[in-house]
Design a protein around this ligand. Structure first.
Ligand code: SF4
Ligand code: FES
Length: 384
């Protein structure tokens, strides 16, 4: 840390270094998932950091102590310099993870990424069959390609890590989704409930599963774990309960500005991938050093510690466990980024979650009613 930064942060202020760097290389993506976490106005961010700028970001982050590096997007494979960036990340000593839809991957590219030193690949699936997957992601061909690439990734010596975003249109099919992952030979399956940011928040009424759906899916996952264990099949099955169905909020990002740093395609530095939805200004890595941003920027210090917390968080014994929940969720639901996350049953605005769940019991079964992430929709939604 520079002396200047130490002075402004108070030196022994207790702020540790970032451990995780998420490099959102681009918001471009060939798919159009209606639950995409990219900002609604993603089409505005065309001016992406170039290769040298990303290498500089990685060097700065590594020098600060970051050890994990995730390449995501959008679809990071649309960046033709991905292998170059992976190569540099390996040279710097990062543990690297590629978070991809698998679209744009082929055997040659897997081999090149392996050669460059990529440690880990996570592929997302939309559904158990091509028809639902196509309706959700807007591509009829993607599903078959994902299957082939999941197998190719494993054949190249990586563990097969599959991520399935669950929502009301695929959660009742969870048995077939898990069976598909089992057939593919997956090593780890993350059944990740949709998080309601970005496009998913826009489409929440059409995506949020009912409590009955979630409870049933949890039970199916539990039964699968038992069957897998009985067969001696080593497939880790993770089921992430949706926030909206929990009593307490998640400790989002391990706390604001605690361990996690996202650099967006245009160089904005964010404490989480959704923060640009907040009514705040975020620093630009093209204008300011990463270390200065992390330790001294107003944005990163805004929700550190607990002095900013309102009641009931301020006097709550759980405040150091969940940090008052997610700032983005608090803002998207209440209009106040400093509010207690309404997911918490102690929140004075918890009725917002109850109402959303009541609405989700209404019949919104058609995938066609969802607004797809698409540059055209982005412009229409964000006009003015
Ligand atoms: Fe967490 Fe705040 Fe709820 Fe306490 S009141 S459990 S700190 S969100
Ligand atoms: Fe931004 Fe939780 S997603 S703080």
């Amino acid at each position: 840390m520079t002396d200047d930064v130490r002075t402004r942060t108070g030196g022994a202020s207790g702020i540790g270094p970032p451990l995780w760097l998420l490099a959102e290389l681009t918001y471009r993506c060939p798919l159009q998932c209606p639950y995409c976490s990219n900002p609604l106005d993603f089409a505005r961010y065309r001016d992406e950091l170039d290769t040298d700028a990303w290498i500089d970001v990685m060097r700065q982050a590594r020098a600060m102590g970051a050890v994990q590096l995730g390449f995501s997007g959008g679809e990071p494979l649309v960046r033709r310099d991905l292998e170059t960036l992976v190569d540099e990340a390996r040279r710097l000593g990062f543990y690297t993870n590629l978070i991809t839809s698998g679209v744009g991957l082929d055997e040659a590219r897997i081999a090149a990424l392996r050669e460059a030193g990529l440690d880990h690949i996570q592929i997302s699936l939309q559904a158990a069959d091509a028809e639902v997957a196509a309706a959700v992601a807007g591509s009829a061909k993607a599903h078959a390609g994902k299957m082939a690439m999941a197998r190719a990734v494993k054949a190249a010596g990586y563990p097969m890590v599959l991520n399935v975003v669950l929502h009301r249109h695929n959660i009742d099919d969870i048995d077939r989704v898990i069976a598909l992952c089992d057939d593919l030979g997956a090593d780890v399956v993350e059944l990740a409930s949709c998080q309601y940011y970005g496009w998913a928040k826009l489409n929440r009424a059409g995506l949020l599963p009912s409590r009955t759906q979630v409870e049933r899916a949890e039970e199916v996952a539990r039964q699968w774990r038992e069957r897998l264990a009985a067969r001696g099949r080593d497939m880790r099955l993770l089921f992430v309960v949706p926030d909206y169905h929990a009593e307490r909020p998640k400790a989002c990002m391990g706390g604001w500005g605690a361990i996690f740093m996202t650099v967006a395609p245009d160089g904005s530095v964010l404490p989480c991938h959704s923060a640009r939805e907040l009514p705040m200004d975020f620093p630009d890595v093209r204008e300011r050093a990463l270390e200065d941003i992390w330790y001294a920027s107003e944005a990163f210090n805004r929700f550190r510690g607990d002095a900013w917390m309102p009641e009931p968080c301020r006097g709550c014994s759980e405040r150091h466990q969940d940090h008052g929940g997610c700032r983005c969720q608090a803002y998207l639901l209440t209009g106040d980024p400093a509010a207690t996350d309404p997911v918490c049953s102690k929140s004075p605005r918890h009725e917002l979650i109850v109402q959303a769940l009541d609405e989700s019991s209404a019949d919104h079964r058609e995938v066609e009613g969802l607004i797809s992430r698409h540059a055209r929709n982005s412009r229409i939604l964000c006009r003015g």
